[in-house]
Design a protein around this ligand. Structure first.
Ligand code: SF4
Length: 351
C-alpha cells in the first residue's frame, strides 16, 4: 500500500533530474558522489561537466589527479574527488572497465557508503536496497513516529529494517527516488503543509502534534577552530610571480595548492602580526622583503572546523635568491589552472 501510494505520488510530482534519465552505473555513481553534501542545482552543473569531460570510466581513470581535483574545484570535501579518481582507476584497470553489479561489490568501492551503494544498486540494477538519507529519515521518522536519534548506527538499522519491508521489490528505483523526493519537497524540515499531504491520515507525527519534534537529531559534532596565516608572496620582475605550495596528505585539502601557510594554536594579536610575519620570512628567505602588510581575513566554515584565515601581502622586487624547496614560483595565470580550496579561491577572487 505504502509503496504504491508513494510511487504514484512520485510519478506525478517527482523531480526530473538528468541522472534519473540513465541506467548507466558509471553516470549514476558520478552523480551520487557529486551529490553527497551538495545542493541539487550545484550538483547538476558538476554532473554535466563530469559526464562531458569524462564520458567513460576509462576517461576518468586516465586523467591526472590534478585534473580531477581541478574539475572538482568549488564542491568541497576533496577526498570525494580523490576517491572518485582512485575508484575509476580500479574499475578501468583491475575490473576490465566493468562497473560492479552487486550491492556488496559496489559497497566495497572506495568512497562508497551504504546510502550510495543502495542508490547505485537500485537505480542502475533495480536491486531492492533502500536508500536512507536525511530526507528519508525525516519523512519516515514522522510517518511512523520513530524517536531514535537519526544518523546513528542504531537508527540506521531500525530504519533499514522498516524500509526493507516497505520497499517495492519490482520497482526499487522508483520507490527510493520517491521517498527521497517526498522528504525533500513535501515533508520538509520546517514549514511543511501537512493539510495537503497524502499521508496526513496515517502520519503519527501529525496525529500526535509532533511534526516539529521529529526526527530526533543526534548530538551535534564538536567544531574546532584553526588559525591559518597565509603569505601572499609576489614579485613583479622579470615577470609577475607568486609562491604556492601543495598541501600534504593527512589533513584537509590534501593535494590542493595554496599560498605558503603558517598555522598557530591561538590567534596572533594584530599589533604584532607584521613582526611575526617578518620573523617567519627571515626563516624562509635570506632577502628582506620590500613590504609586509596584513591583508584580508576570512572566517571559513567546514563541517567540523572553523578556519580563521588571515592573509599577509609580501612584496619583493625580484625573485628572492633562495626559495625553500617546498614552495613553487608560478605565474598568476598558472595559479588559475591549479586545483585550490574554496578559501583560497575566495581570497584570489577579491584581489
Ligand atoms: S503529514 Fe506532515 S509530517 Fe506527516 S508525512 Fe505528511 S508532510 Fe510529513
Amino acid at each position: 500500500m505504502f509503496a504504491n501510494k508513494i510511487i504514484n505520488w512520485y510519478l506525478e510530482n517527482g523531480r526530473k533530474l538528468p541522472w534519473r534519465e540513465t541506467d548507466n552505473p558509471y553516470f549514476i555513481w558520478l552523480s551520487e558522489i557529486i551529490l553527497q553534501q551538495t545542493r541539487i542545482e550545484q550538483g547538476r552543473e558538476y554532473y554535466s561537466h563530469f559526464t562531458k569531460r569524462y564520458p567513460t570510466v576509462a576517461n576518468l581513470a586516465d586523467a591526472s589527479e590534478e585534473q580531477v581535483l581541478k574539475s572538482w574545484q568549488g564542491l568541497g570535501y576533496y577526498s570525494r574527488a580523490r576517491n572518485l579518481h582512485a575508484t575509476a582507476q580500479h574499475i578501468a584497470y583491475n575490473l576490465d572497465g566493468k562497473f560492479p553489479s552487486t550491492y556488496k561489490e559496489i559497497l566495497a568501492l572506495k568512497g562508497v557508503g551504504r546510502y550510495t551503494a543502495a542508490a547505485i544498486a537500485s537505480f542502475a540494477y533495480k536491486l531492492p536496497y533502500p536508500v536512507i538519507d536525511g530526507n528519508v529519515y525525516r519523512f519516515i521518522a514522522r510517518l511512523y513516529g520513530i524517536h531514535t536519534p537519526i544518523r546513528t548506527p542504531a537508527a540506521y538499522k531500525e530504519f533499514e529494517n522498516l524500509l526493507n519491508k516497505l520497499i517495492d521489490k519490482e520497482r526499487p528505483d522508483l520507490f527510493n527516488q520517491a521517498i527521497m523526493d517526498f522528504g525533500s519537497l513535501i515533508c520538509k524540515p520546517t514549514g511543511c503543509d501537512c493539510t495537503q499531504c497524502p499521508f496526513r491520515l496515517e502520519c503519527t507525527a501529525q496525529k500526535e502534534g509532533k511534526v516539529s519534534l521529529l526526527p530526533v537529531m543526534p548530538n551535534p559534532p564538536k567544531v574546532t577552530e584553526r588559525y591559518f596565516y597565509y603569505f601572499d608572496i609576489r614579485w613583479p620582475l622579470p615577470a609577475e610571480t607568486i609562491l604556492v605550495h601543495r598541501r600534504p596528505s593527512g589533513d584537509i585539502w590534501q593535494g590542493l595548492y595554496e599560498l605558503p601557510l603558517v598555522e598557530t594554536e591561538t590567534p596572533i594579536p594584530h599589533r604584532i602580526l607584521a613582526d611575526k610575519a617578518r620573523q617567519t620570512l627571515a626563516e624562509w628567505f635570506t632577502d628582506e622583503p620590500l613590504s609586509v602588510e596584513a591583508g584580508q581575513s576570512f572566517t571559513h566554515h567546514l563541517t567540523h572546523r572553523t578556519i580563521q584565515a588571515q592573509f599577509l601581502s609580501v612584496k619583493y622586487l625580484s625573485k628572492p635568491s633562495k626559495i625553500p624547496q617546498y614552495f613553487s614560483p608560478v605565474s598568476p595565470e598558472v595559479l588559475k589552472s591549479l586545483p585550490i580550496s574554496r578559501l583560497i579561491d575566495r581570497y584570489l577572487s577579491n584581489q
